[in-house]
Design a protein around this ligand. Structure first.
Ligand code: AMP
Length: 561
């Protein structure tokens, strides 16, 4: 089917042809003709990236009577960014329709200016629920003549607590209007809205046919909890041309990760609710213009992000609710493009991968993080590409060129290429050789020395939470055992416990020497770790009575004081 097969006004066809639209997407095919030919309600289960803006926009624009200056079409969307996006799309669709006016209404901008837009005869209003309700209360906008209402990203609006505003708005619209509801998911709350305000709706589901979802490659990396950040860096290094979004669960982590990335030389910025509107707008603008490569965002702040060509979505932590994963991953692979949605998981949250697979019927690939060598190869390819594209400053170079040419004249072209590349390559290889590998959590308990039979892995019930760090653990072991620091292998610290590796033949001595000792005034336990990396049941350095004895001794000391 082509757009020209649909009952659309030639002026609309001209507008969308200019946008390069030729064939309707599945959601457009299912809605446009039906909604133009018959005034009826609609529920569309479709994500962003499926072309749903045109799916409701084209029929709405087709139905507007431009001779009237009443508000006839109302689109409600969760965020300012999404409203602006929808409004811009509508303006592009109706570019060749004279006298069609569209007003965009959202918080954080001048209400008077928006009221003026409405007064000048807007037939369509695209609004966030909060600001619209506010303007309705102030009698700045009348929606009692509305014939078509769209609730876009209904699940998001309800998640954001707009239920009351939506009810308030819909109650002020005529009973016989058409309501077109779009949602990526259909939780009970959305179904309830549909039941209350819609009559015999046409239901369409663009599930697996969704042009976005089909092209998303879902990947997860299972890493140790404390190596999440290193894993992100590896992923970014492996994709030097990434144009991506990193999702974090909290504002604090979002800011923290963005700060760390910036410090480590990545082109990244944060986007979260603690930033001012101006800071957020600036970050979004830079991201849209692609001068910013990586946006680190919370789910809420990223709701309005409607940017094409996002190559990767990285889940720094998986979202708390599975539906948010759909929203996050839907930011990539839009408009027929391919994209990757990457989840970084530790042994603690890996079970959620299965839950997501089951619930949203997708398949994750479990991959190993790219190795240093693989990263170097990617970086070198990018460097070669940069050499191809670099702008040459002829004037400045002209002065230096003769002596440089003279200096390098003995090298062949191949030799020169090798040398130029090696400048970058050697540095990178050096960096990755020096940097400690990011361990896969799958190998926990079986890595390093402990893999062979001569070494043992020990468990200690002290970790970061007790103020321990690697140096502290090393000192604790060496001062009590009188063994040199070189005799200690890999140290693996966690919040509540840690592991260390030492020679198996010394196991008895180590456990004995560390028995009944204290760290920072507190008892601790050392045991031989089991092969799966957990503490084992036997071989503890704790005598059954030692703790009680210590408590008793402590009490005595207290009493003496
Ligand atoms: P949406 O889901 O409405 O946000 O659309 C996602 C992207 O697909 C936007 O960049 C649209 O401009 C583009 N798009 C929508 N419909 C079509 C179409 N029929 N042909 C080509 N691109 C489209």
């Amino acid at each position: 089917m082509l757009f020209t097969d649909l009952p659309l006004n030639p002026n609309i066809l001209k507008g969308i042809a200019e946008l390069g639209f030729e064939k309707p997407t599945p959601v457009q095919e299912a809605t446009i003709g039906q909604l133009i030919e018959e005034d009826r309600d609609l529920i569309g289960l479709a994500q962003t990236g499926t072309g749903k803006t045109a799916a409701f926009g084209l029929p709405m624009i087709e139905k507007i009577d431009v001779k009237s200056k009443n508000v006839q079409g109302l689109v409600i969307a969760p965020t300012r960014e999404l409203c602006v996006q929808i409004s811009n799309d509508f303006k592009a669709f109706s570019k060749y329709i004279p006298k069609l006016n569209i007003a965009t209404i959202y918080g954080g901008a001048s209400m008077d200016k928006q009221a003026k837009e409405i007064r000048s005869g807007a037939q369509i209003i695209v609004a966030t629920p909060g600001r619209l309700m506010d303007m309705m209360r102030r009698k700045m906008v009348k929606i009692n003549q509305v014939n078509y209402t769209v609730l876009d990203e209904a699940d998001e609006m309800l998640n954001m607590g707009f239920k009351e505003d939506i009810d308030g708005i819909l109650e002020h619209t005529p009973q016989d209007k058409c309501t077109w509801l779009f949602s990526a998911t259909m939780p009970k709350t959305v179904a309830k809205i549909a039941n209350s305000y819609m009559e015999n709706p046409l239901e369409i589901t663009i599930g697996h046919k969704n042009i976005g979802a089909e092209n998303i490659h879902h990947i997860y990396y299972n890493v140790n909890e404390r190596e999440r950040y290193h894993a992100v860096k590896r992923i970014l290094d492996f994709h030097p041309n990434i144009y991506g979004l990193i999702f974090c669960r909290t504002r604090r982590t979002t800011q923290d990760i963005a700060d760390k990335l910036l410090k480590d030389g990545y082109n990244a910025a944060p986007l979260h609710g603690d930033l001012s509107q101006m800071q957020r707008d600036k970050a979004m603008q830079k991201f849209r213009e692609k001068t910013l490569q990586i946006l680190v965002a919370t789910d809420v702040a990223a709701r309005g992000i409607d940017v094409d060509n996002i190559s990767h979505v990285i889940n720094y932590h998986l979202p708390d609710d599975i539906e948010s994963y759909t929203h996050r991953s839907g930011r990539t692979a839009r408009a027929g493009k391919k994209g990757e949605s990457i989840a970084i998981v530790s042994n603690k949250d890996i079970h959620r991968i299965k839950q997501i697979e089951k619930k949203i019927k997708i398949q994750f690939d479990a991959l190993e993080l790219p190795s240093g060598k693989e990263i170097c190869e990617q970086q070198i390819l990018r460097y070669a590409d940069k050499i191809k594209r670099v702008k040459i400053n002829e004037n400045e170079l002209a002065k230096l060129l003769p002596s440089i040419q003279n200096d390098l004249s003995s090298f062949s072209k191949e030799d020169l290429i090798k040398r130029i590349i090696s400048i970058e390559f050697n540095q990178l290889l050096d960096y990755y050789e020096k940097s400690k590998g990011v361990g896969s959590a799958k190998n926990k308990g079986q890595k390093g020395w402990a893999k062979d039979n001569n070494h043992e892995r020990f468990f200690i019930n002290l970790g970061y939470n007790k103020g321990l760090n690697k140096g502290g653990l090393l000192r604790l072991i060496c001062s009590n055992t009188n063994l040199p620091s070189e005799s200690v292998g890999e140290l693996d610290l966690y919040n509540d416990f840690s592991f260390f590796e030492m020679e198996k033949s010394l196991a008895e001595k180590i456990i004995g020497d560390l028995q009944d000792k204290q760290y920072d005034g507190k008892d601790f336990v050392v045991e031989i770790a089991s092969k799966d990396g957990k503490r084992s049941k036997g071989n503890s350095n704790r005598k059954p009575t030692s703790k009680k004895r210590n408590q008793r001794d402590n009490k005595r000391v207290k009493r003496k004081r």
